[in-house]
Write a protein that binds this ligand. Structure first.
Ligand code: COA
Length: 701
């Protein structure tokens, strides 16, 4: 992104609010820029001073007799607009605004921030912040921040929405001997956000891994697009804290209730190949793993250990995270059996036993590394009187060098006696942890990323035939004119049907005669249901009668339902009685949608019926990810419903293509109509041939 050159590689920098007084932010920023070895021109701006830290000071930006690429603002909030305008007039390309007192303090601050943003766009200036710590680039080099330390050079770009977390990490990184290419404190993200910086870091030759700490994403679709492109080039690892607003909003559909608080983020990250960390520790463990390790070819892990317990813990975690314990080739097993003591474990995990010296590790490691059924290796070391941690470390390093495509991780579970060996590994680029679990989290991250890189792109399928937007608009118009946000069953079915979703015929009748006419037309048996958006559980108030086989029964059922509902709920308005063709039961499925504020429609698929919330057999995808049959079948295959559809225990397989078609059409429907806030098709009956939506619920805004 060309605009960001002015931030990371400026030819000249002005510090507005530069100060002589130690302890002031304007003083720290000046000191940091000078100490970082920045080679461009620096212009401190302060009307009271002629020189600051030995550099000529100017009273204002306009008084500087040269062009300015970036201005760092460290003046009180009340001054920021005037200074920014002056910068605009001076044709400054980018602002880094450290000043606090904007959106984060409430309405007044938000108004000020909006004015600032408007001003920046008027003058074509990009803005980092406000309310941020600043930025650093170790390769320019420049430290335009008020952090206490500069960074060591490295290949990690770190973007943080929290200034405090950024400062803490910088401090910690020195002890952890971690280097960075650049760090950015995002602040209030009024203009530039993590999306812009991810895009920039993806194209930065000095960055190998992109790390983000974020609390929200404002533009979900753009994030998915940009991060997805970035992730094809280098790993993007995100720790997102905070609960999403989608979770906070009360859900009235099954799908909404099933989606939970943070699911849209999980789904979106998976869609665009972003690796999600669940803590700061994980974020940096993953950063180390990705910057030092190869991407494994697959998910089969071999474990070599000198103790049983950690071996079991590792096995449990490998399986829990969806990786596989490698099944060794016959030859490997035979060689291990022939050369290790009889008591040793020769299957995976390979237990070289507590009395193992370096020789057994060397042999076992050699064998599992050369086994073509092994994609990565985890070496576990516990301290015994005969353990040789340093020698084992050398062995691991030799193995890593001999098989550069297979990641090797280690967990040295102990204290001082293992420290030297562990340090040797970490220093030489083999991630070494104290316990096995984080090593496996990293292996999982590497494997997920590998899968993302290897996934073959599948073309989006054409817009589907049989889509009638006019009918949907008319249905929605009628409902809103009637001040209803929850559609009647017959309306919801009509709208879904207009998008080619096969629904069981359903007609709203206001008299027994109309009901009979409808039933005669659609054919028996039929079901009669009270029609009112106010009645959530119709059966409980005698509002549903099934298995009706004749006109006389229809007449009778109509009156019975009306009387019963009036008795239970005398004040509720009933719109009439819905007559629906009774369908033979099929495999009961649910297809639903809940709308996430950041990422848009989130589609659910799983086992339907009345036990849907109990069974929770549901997979989710963003609608934007469901544009071809392959992706949809992948989603279906994550559920137990998939096994049923394929034909369980001798049952005939169900019409998978028709189910896929309904999911595709639902995704298109809710994307085309953003006013749909929630939708449930439950149940959708799946048959040997075809499907039928028996109950459709739609809520609009
Ligand atoms: N042009 C140039 N210099 C100006 C100026 C202007 N328009 N207005 C003020 N100054 C000078 C002041 O004279 C002062 O210089 P001095 O030290 O020589 O007296 C200097 O700029 C700073 O102004 P001052 O009024 O002393 O403010 P301050 O340094 O106490 O605070 C901020 C300024 C920006 C640091 C403060 O308002 C702030 O926002 N602090 C919080 C920062 C923060 O936490 N950011 C987010 C981190 S996550």
């Amino acid at each position: 992104m060309a605009e960001l050159t002015a931030l990371f590689r400026p030819q000249s920098v002005a510090v507005v609010g530069a100060s002589k007084q130690p302890g002031k932010i304007g003083n720290a920023v000046m000191k940091n820029i000078l100490a970082s070895g920045y080679r461009g021109a620096v212009y401190p701006i302060n009307p009271k001073e002629s020189e600051i830290l030995g550099v000529t000071c100017h009273p204002s930006v306009s008084a500087v007799p040269a062009n300015i690429d970036m201005a760092v603002l460290s003046v009180p909030a009340a001054q920021v607009l005037a200074v920014a305008r002056e910068c605009g007039e001076k044709k400054v390309k980018a602002l880094t605004i450290i000043t606090a007192g904007f959106k984060e303090i409430g309405k007044e601050g938000l108004d000020l921030e909006k004015k600032l943003l408007l001003l920046c766009s008027q003058y074509d200036m990009r803005m980092l912040g406000p309310n941020c710590v600043g930025l650093m680039d170790t390769h320019t080099p420049i430290n335009a921040s008020f952090a206490a330390t500069f960074l060591s050079k490295g290949e990690i770009a770190f973007l943080s929405q929290s200034g405090a977390i950024l400062l803490a990490i910088l401090d910690w990184s020195e002890t952890a001997e971690l280097g960075f290419s650049k760090v950015v404190s995002l602040g209030n993200k009024a203009d530039l956000s993590e999306i812009d910086f991810i895009e920039d870091a993806a194209n930065d030759p000095y960055t190998r891994v992109i790390l983000c700490y974020i609390e929200d994403i404002v533009d979900g679709p753009r994030f998915i697009e940009v991060a997805g492109r970035a992730a094809k080039k280098k790993p993007v690892i995100v720790f997102k804290s905070g609960v999403s607003q989608a979770g906070a909003q009360a859900a009235s559909s099954h799908t909404g209730a099933l989606a939970g608080s943070d699911l849209a983020y999980d789904t979106a990250f998976e869609q665009c190949g972003v690796i999600r960390a669940h803590s700061m520790t994980e974020l940096f463990d993953l950063a180390v793993a990705f910057s030092k390790s190869a991407i494994p070819a697959g998910d089969r892990v071999a474990v070599v250990t000198n103790s049983g317990g950690p071996g079991i813990i590792a096995t449990d975690n490998i399986e829990m995270l969806g990786l596989q314990m490698a099944r060794f080739e016959k030859n490997t097993i035979e060689e291990l059996r022939a050369n290790l003591p009889q008591e040793a474990g020769i299957y995976n995990p390979v237990d070289v036993l507590g009395d193992a010296g370096v020789d057994r590790y060397e042999f076992a490691l050699q064998k599992v590394m050369e086994d073509s059924n092994v994609d990565s290796v985890l070496v576990l070391v516990c301290p015994t009187a005969v353990t040789q941690p340093v020698e084992v470390s050398h062995t691991i390093l030799r193995a890593r060098d001999a098989y550069p495509g297979k990641p090797v991780f280690a967990a040295y579970t102990g204290g001082q006696s293992l420290a030297k060996g562990a340090g040797l590994l970490s220093g030489a680029g083999v991630p070494c942890f104290t316990f096995p679990e984080p090593a496996i989290v990293c292996l999982k991250g590497l494997n997920s990323y590998g899968q993302y890189l290897n996934a073959r792109a599948v073309a989006d399928e054409r817009v589907l035939a049989g889509v009638d937007q006019k009918t949907v608009k008319a249905v929605f118009y009628d409902a809103t004119r009637d001040h209803r946000l929850i559609l009647l069953g017959s309306e919801a079915a009509e709208a879904a049907n207009a998008y080619g979703i096969p629904t069981a015929p359903i007609v709203l009748a206001t008299t027994p005669e109309e009901a009979v006419e409808a039933a005669d037309k659609m054919g028996y048996p039929v079901v009669l249901k009270a029609s009112s958006p106010k009645i959530l559980h119709k059966t409980d108030v005698g509002g549903v009668i099934v298995g009706i086989n004749s006109a006389a029964e229809v007449q009778k059922a109509f009156i019975e339902i009306m009387e019963s509902v009036h008795r239970y709920l005398p004040k509720v308005v009933i719109y009439g009685i819905e007559v629906q063709k009774m369908k033979e039961p099929g495999t009961e499925l649910i297809i639903g949608m809940t709308r996430d504020l950041q990422f848009g429609p989130l589609i659910a698929f799983g086992l339907g019926g009345i036990y849907v919330n109990l069974l929770k057999d549901v997979a989710f995808r963003l609608a934007s990810d469901l544009k071809n049959a392959k992706k949809i079948e992948e989603m279906i295959s994550e559920t137990k419903a998939y096994t049923l559809l394929k034909g369980y225990r001798g049952e005939a397989p169900k019409d998978m293509a028709a189910v896929i078609d309904v999911i595709r059409r639902t995704a298109l429907f809710v994307t085309d109509f953003p006013e749909i806030t929630e939708m449930d098709i439950n149940p959708l009956f799946a048959y040997k041939k075809g499907v039928s939506a028996v109950d459709v619920k739609i809520t609009i805004s």
